[in-house]
Design a protein around this ligand. Structure first.
Ligand code: UD1
Ligand code: CA
Length: 457
């Protein structure tokens, strides 16, 4: 039984931002969401009994709105009077027999396995404290131990004497303790210290006085306990996380031509023999099949890509579905609602939106295809535009199986082009075309032999 308390009330002044610090993203997800996801996965072991509290203050409404309230109890700390004061806000909601776990909304990389170790130290006679040894401990609370090596207190940097300042084991802030113990200790905190704050860290010396042993545990990786206070630290954690994701993908059989130039901001899944060139960005939920080759500078957002697909350089896909054996790009833009059937081809400078491109059909050059359904094996010539919008309403276009649309045609929707119909190049089509018909809709060519070029006066 866990009561997880995430502190997220601070302003994050050094971010210099109107966005609350914990909403700043790494790998496409707010800092706070990373912590909450880890908290929830901790819950999965015997989930029903866990409770999740988030203490908010600065930007509270923005946080509620962005993160939502599913499975979360928010608690407002209107004035930030210290970490102890923050936890006091939820004290009445903590259950005596549950273990309270304290986490931080701006420390996003904390791992489940580390927290499991920490939680395992908690009993009727003991609590757990996550600490690390740092070469440069400045800024952190120092862990003060007695001659026997037992933790006696945490002393904040600003309250520490010279001897204490030299200590290199520091407090990460993460701790786990029986609810009933914490609830006894929280009212005893005072703000009689250098910062006039109610320090959560003061519970350590109180625990000791009450005969509760403080057991230290350590993170598996130091990065887990790094906080984000400014944009440099945000960028550092971003890079760390991206390298971690890249390594994981390579382990699973994805080739990254340069793992340092790969960015995943969401849930990315890929089959075997996927090759990804440099500077690609994947956002939201992206699934790639087997044997997919992706060129440089490709951005894919919330899309599904089948097997044996080639996506050439500088293409953008958003909310698109691409079936097997398709070829896309370079410089293609598949906007939301695009679906390419098996073996379809979308070439350079082609934009598609809310359109179905049938099996084996090709739109190879310089086109806009919107609100359109294209059948099988149709060929849409260079520069073809579906005129789907009259300035107010959108209309659809249908292009039948085996149709051939000559270059530089405008198809004024609503319009339907039959199977195997042909449109002459340069036509402006405003009427439906039947199966196998040829439509010519352009001015007739006149050659004027008596024509004289104007001359300069
Ligand atoms: C705290 C610890 C210090 C530890 C360090 C690790 C205390 C007194 N000190 O110091 O021992 O080494 O973290 O980073 O706990 N917060 C609130 N409400 C408040 C105050 C803080 O929600 O009233 C939140 C902040 O948003 C932040 C976190 O608590 O996420 C830590 O607060 P901060 O003021 O940064 O503590 P430190 O001085 O870094
Ligand atoms: Ca801090």
């Amino acid at each position: 039984m866990l009561d997880i308390v995430v502190l997220a009330a601070g302003k994050g002044t050094r971010m210099k931002s109107s966005l609350p610090k914990v909403l700043h993203p790494i790998a496409g997800l707010p800092l706070l969401s990373h912590v909450l996801n880890t908290a929830v996965s901790l819950g999965e072991q015997d989930s029903s009994d866990h409770q999740l509290h988030v203490v908010i203050g600065h930007g509270a409404d923005q946080i509620r709105q962005k993160i939502g309230s599913e499975g979360i109890r928010y608690c407002e700390q209107t004035e930030q009077l210290g970490t102890g004061h923050a936890v006091q806000q939820v004290a009445s909601l903590l259950r005596d027999e549950a273990i309270t776990l304290i986490l931080y909304g701006d420390v996003p990389l904390i791992r489940e396995a580390t927290l499991d170790k920490l939680i395992a130290t908690v009993s009727e006679e003991s609590m757990g404290l996550l600490t690390i040894e740092l070469e440069d401990p400045s800024g952190y609370g120092r862990i003060v131990k007695d001659a026997q090596g037992s933790v006696r207190a945490i002393v904040e940097q600003k309250d520490a004497n010279t001897e204490q300042l030299a200590l290199c084991e520091v407090n990460t802030g993460v701790m786990a303790v029986k609810g009933k113990h914490l609830k006894q200790w929280l009212p005893k905190l005072s703000n009689d210290n250098a910062q006039n704050e109610y320090y959560l860290t003061d519970i350590i010396s109180i625990a000791r006085r009450d005969g509760i042993e403080v057991i230290t545990e350590h993170p598996i990786d130091e990065m887990e306990v790094l906080g984000v206070n400014n944009r440099q630290q945000q960028a550092e954690l971003e890079r760390y996380l991206q390298e971690h994701i890249a390594t994981q993908l390579m382990t699973e059989g994805v080739s990254l031509l340069d793992p340092f130039r790969f960015d995943c901001r969401g849930n990315f899944e890929a089959g075997e023999d996927v090759v990804i060139d440099v500077n690609c960005v994947f956002e939201g939920d992206v699934t790639l099949g087997n044997n997919v080759h992706i060129g440089p500078n490709v951005c894919i957002t919330n899309s599904v890509v089948g097997d044996n697909v080639v996506i050439k350089a500088n293409s953008h896909l958003e909310d698109a579905v691409v079936r097997d054996n398709c070829e896309i790009g370079p410089f293609a833009r598949l906007r939301p609602g695009t679906e390419l059937a098996n073996g379809a081809k979308i070439g350079n400078f082609v934009e598609t939106k809310k359109s179905f491109i049938g099996e084996g059909s090709k739109v190879n050059h310089l086109s806009y295809i919107g609100d359109t359904t294209i059948g099988k094996k149709a060929n849409v010539g260079a520069g073809t535009i579906t005129c789907n919008y009259d300035g107010v309403n959108k209309f659809s276009t249908t292009i039948g199986d085996g149709a051939f649309i000559g270059s530089n045609s405008s198809l004024v929707a609503p319009v339907s082009i039959g199977d195997k119909a042909t449109v002459a190049a340069g036509s402006t089509i405003t009427k439906n075309i039947d199966t196998e018909e040829l439509a010519v809709a352009r001015g007739k060519q006149r050659n004027i032999s008596t024509w004289q070029r104007p001359v300069k006066k």
